[in-house]
Design a binder for this molecule. Structure first.
Ligand SMILES: *[C@@H]1O[C@H](CO)[C@@H](O)[C@H](O)[C@H]1NC(C)=O
Ligand SMILES: *[C@@H]1O[C@H](CO)[C@@H](O)[C@H](O)[C@H]1NC(C)=O
Length: 338
């Protein structure tokens, strides 16, 4: 087996095979020693996993479906790619880490962190004042940056792109936050409200970043420059290019490989054998077309498989107090690319 490194999923890898204290040197101005570091580290690991789970959900019916395997790139080819897909992985991982740290903070899980009370008592707008527990995203932002961005050791253009996408992920957390309010006033008249900013569901962050993925911008750079490695000139070039791109946008350097066809050296699994969904009207349009996308567009056909699913049914309540059920077999049809 050739030696493999885990690229974009370095985040995941390091958190899972964790030897955190020795893996990182972190500029720890906010941390109060090894104990706090380890407390945050476990939260970081949970957050990274949350990000990857969301990635799997968002790409479950896409040709590239966020598999662990494809994130591994072999070192010997000299390719560490920065595709649209790796940009999403960076963003969603960074977002997951920031999200979890921020939630932990609001829940009072950390000694040195609590709700953002900086505006409490101030007027927010007509009929409302700041109150309650606003999620402390400044804390989540700062700590997650220290952990996640520290993984990007390189000085090359890919490193700059990865850091940009990490930041875009963290900004997605802020962009999807919303105001929640509670009514006050005489007998619930709601003449005055107190409001706070809270994180959206993480699913919403995933949806938002998926949209950014669809709109991701390819940096117009010479291929040789993109792959050349560690020159300072290179880094300078990209810093200049990045200045013209909004921090919220995902960016990438290289076109995606063909995800239809298995290619081990690229870590691409191909879509053969993948399950797709036959459309019904209640599904989102993109899901309805999943068989066409995964199978037909890739030169496969769709095979039907009938599968027996056993479940409990016809349950009856007997006096007193038992429930008796029968086992029913239901035939479910599933569809696969072959
Ligand atoms: C942080 O929150 C996660 C759930 O999102 C929980 O599993 C974990 O234990 C929390 N961390 C701490 C230090 O309490
Ligand atoms: C895998 O991808 C590489 C790089 O694009 C290409 O040179 C090679 O021919 C591909 N292998 C297969 C089996 O398609």
């Amino acid at each position: 087996m050739e030696k493999q490194i885990i690229l974009t999923s370095m985040v995941l890898f390091m958190y899972c095979h964790l030897n955190l204290a020795s893996s990182w040197t972190v500029d720890n101005f906010l941390m109060t020693g090894p104990k706090a570091f380890l407390t945050y580290a476990s939260s970081v690991r949970i957050g990274a996993r949350r990000g990857i789970q969301e990635c799997k959900h968002q790409f479950g019916l896409e040709k590239w479906n966020c598999p662990e395997g494809t994130l591994q790139l072999s070192t010997h080819s000299g390719l560490r790619r920065a595709t649209k897909e790796t940009s999403f992985v960076h963003a969603i991982s960074a977002a997951g880490v920031m999200y979890t740290l921020t939630k932990n903070c609001s829940m009072g899980d950390f000694e040195n962190c609590g709700c953002d009370d900086s505006r409490i008592g101030q007027t927010g707008g007509r009929g409302w004042i700041w109150g309650g527990c606003s999620d402390n995203v400044a804390f989540g932002d700062k700590i997650s940056k220290q952990f996640v961005d520290a993984l990007e050791g390189g000085q090359d253009s890919r490193a700059a792109v990865n850091l940009h996408n990490n930041e875009a992920g963290r900004l997605a957390i802020k962009a999807t936050m919303r105001r929640a309010c509670k009514c006050h006033g005489v007998s619930g008249s709601c003449s005055i409200q107190s409001c706070w900013m809270q994180l959206a569901e993480f699913r919403e962050v995933g949806n938002y970043l998926k949209m950014k993925y669809v709109q991701a911008k390819k940096l117009d750079m010479d291929k040789r420059t993109a792959r050349a490695g560690n020159s300072a000139v290179n880094r300078g070039d990209i810093t200049h290019t990045l200045r013209n791109i909004a921090r919220t946008e995902l960016i990438y350097l290289e076109d995606s490989p063909n995800y239809c066809v298995k290619n081990q050296s690229l870590g691409v699994q191909g879509t053969e054998g993948r399950e797709c969904l036959k459309g019904n009207k209640n599904m989102p349009k993109r899901d309805r077309k999943s068989c066409r996308r995964l199978c037909f567009e890739c030169g496969f056909r769709v095979a039907e498989k009938r599968i027996n699913v056993v479940s409990t049914c016809n349950c009856k309540f007997h006096w007193c107090c038992t429930v008796k059920c029968e086992k029913c077999t239901q035939v479910v049809t599933k569809y696969y690319c072959v």
